[in-house]
Design a protein. Structure first.
Length: 560
């Protein structure tokens, strides 16, 4: 009997222990799961995020102190290895950007010096389980020994020292792909993720670099281009750790950005006499051979460019388009008016985005309240792989730009195709012919031009490229005229033409300008028809309501 009692008690105690252990493990599992979520959330934080959440006295400075102390200890070995690596990778690119006034541009000496960089921030970012990125914010006021061996076209050799280097930026290490083998990743890629400041001076050893006019600026520009093209994101260097094919980690184009620089308005006047002569510089990567420059519009603070540009995109998630507007001063250095940018991640692939961007003094420091004007863009990001089928017996099989494909597809109801290498081939101009029907409906709150506080407004409609003009009737003694007049224009090149509507006050002895609006044909070609109210430019007040309709005609292509 005692045996059975002991057996029953043993079973009961065992079951209790098993249930208790299971509940304990479940509780531990839940805690581990919650901890993992918390860690994952912190892992996605950037340096800026952590500083927003944690006050300075709570910021984990001990981590940075530990990193900086160990980097200082191993810096002599880092200097020896990194100096050779940087010299070998940067020197060919430096030669590529060599100024035309020089016969050769090479390093005769390159060491990083005895002063190690100091880390001021660190963050870990997970990449959906396929990789991990470590971002290190760093400052470096170093004492490197960098001497450039320069030879001019006339045979003069100049040893130029690069000194007083000051650098602030974010350096990135990408551990990808993650694997089961030690050390847990197959390769590591490194890149300068963000460059906040890079200052340095040039000095000819035993002389003055100013003795050769323009040499200092040319060399400085070549150095900055070489750094940008060799290591600045999305450019990256891939170092294999385990055997394998890591070609997918290398930099490669992923799409095309089509940009129409339409116009700018209310630009700051930089001239004492007359008005500025504005032009724009656009780029995705600030490399000389990738930067695009518009034509200069003389004596105009509201310039209309209506120009197309195309840019290669390597990483749509981090890259952005930058627009800088300058006042041309002829042979003298241009004056900076303002700049703006837009992230490519804000664009919907395959869809045209119409934007006005406010110009600022500095893209990094957002404390500029001065009105510098704004710039009008139409943007289309087209990733590779979005090709569709287009067949037309009347058109040769030549590549189209991405914007031309969308416009042509919408206008004809037919889609088109191009292969992945089309961007490197010579293109032809796509001609989109049609009839633009413009119904001038009304205007509101026009400026008063007469002594009695009224105006006698009429409108002049102009097609910019073809210079076709139409004029509406005069509506007497009103600031809110109603026309309801329709005008038709035969458009030979809808992609590159635009409609300008000028409002004037009729007077017996002349006329007064009341305002203007400028409309590209992109939207009406894509949508077929629409009604819109446009604010008048170059006017104190006023708006213009119009209805636009596009009637497409057969599309053909002419030689560029």
């Amino acid at each position: 009997m005692a045996f059975f009692v002991g057996l029953v008690l043993g079973i009961v105690v065992g079951l209790v222990l098993i249930v208790g252990f299971a509940r304990y493990e479940n509780a531990r599992s839940k805690l581990r799961s919650e901890l993992a979520k918390t860690i994952a959330a912190f892992a996605r934080m950037t340096v800026e995020d952590s500083r927003k959440i944690l006050p300075p006295h709570f910021y984990p400075s001990w981590v940075l102190t530990w990193l900086n102390s160990h980097l200082t200890k191993i810096w002599p070995y880092v200097d020896e290895a990194a100096s050779e690596l940087i010299k070998a990778s940067v020197e060919p690119i430096l030669e590529q950007y060599r100024p035309a006034i020089l016969a050769s541009l090479k390093f005769s000496k390159f060491t990083l010096g005895t002063v190690a960089p100091q880390f001021t921030g660190v963050s870990i970012i997970e990449d959906g389980g396929s990789g991990v990125t470590m971002e290190l914010e760093m400052n470096w006021d170093g004492n490197p020994s960098i001497i450039l061996d320069i030879k001019t076209l006339i045979g003069v050799a100049l040893p130029v020292q690069v000194k007083d280097i000051g650098f602030t930026g974010v350096f990135g290490l990408i551990f990808k792909p993650l694997v089961d083998e030690f050390p847990g990743f197959g390769a590591v890629s490194y890149s300068l993720r963000q460059k906040k400041k890079m200052d340095f001076t040039l000095k000819v050893i035993g002389g003055e670099i100013s003795a050769i006019p323009g040499l200092s600026d040319a060399i400085e520009e070549a150095i900055r281009d070489a750094v940008e093209d060799s290591i600045t994101w999305p450019m990256r260097k891939v170092v294999p750790i385990l055997p394998g094919d890591y070609s997918d980690l290398e930099l490669k184009p992923v799409g095309i950005l089509e940009v129409k620089l339409v116009q700018a308005k209310e630009l700051t006047n930089k001239d004492f006499i007359g008005k500025s002569d504005p032009y724009a510089v656009l780029y995705v990567r600030p490399l000389r051979h990738r930067m695009k420059t518009s034509k200069t519009i003389d004596n105009d603070l509201n310039p209309i460019w209506n120009e197309h540009f195309e840019f290669i995109v390597e990483d749509e998630s981090t890259q952005h388009l930058v627009v800088k507007v300058y006042d041309s001063e002829g042979l003298m250095a241009s004056e900076f008016i303002g700049c703006a940018h837009i992230r490519l991640s804000e664009l919907e692939p395959g869809k045209v985005k119409d934007v006005w961007l406010k110009l600022v003094k500095d893209l990094e420091v957002q404390r500029d309240n001065k009105n510098r004007g704004s710039v009008h863009l139409e943007l289309l990001y087209y990733p590779f792989g979005m090709e569709t089928v287009f067949t037309n017996p009347f058109v040769r099989n030549d590549p189209l730009t991405s914007l031309e494909k969308v416009l042509k597809s919408s206008a004809n109801g037919i889609e088109c195709t191009e292969n992945g290498n089309a961007v490197t081939q010579k293109k032809k101009d796509v001609i989109i012919r049609g009839v633009l029907s413009v119904t001038l409906i009304s205007a509101e709150d026009l400026p008063a031009a007469d002594f009695m506080g009224k105006s006698d407004p009429y409108a002049v409609l102009i097609m910019k490229k073809s210079e076709l003009k139409c004029r509406s009737r005069v509506v007497n003694n009103t600031l809110n005229p109603v026309w309801n007049q329709t005008f038709d224009f035969v458009v030979e090149d809808g992609l590159h033409d635009m409609l300008m509507v000028e409002i004037w006050d009729h007077d017996t002895f002349g006329k007064d300008f009341l305002g203007r609006c400028t409309v590209t044909l992109t939207r009406v070609i894509l949508e077929g028809e629409y009604e819109e109210c446009y604010k008048l430019d170059e006017a104190k007040s006023g708006s213009l309501r119009m209805f636009l309709k596009w009637l497409p005609q057969p599309i053909y292509r002419g030689d560029s």
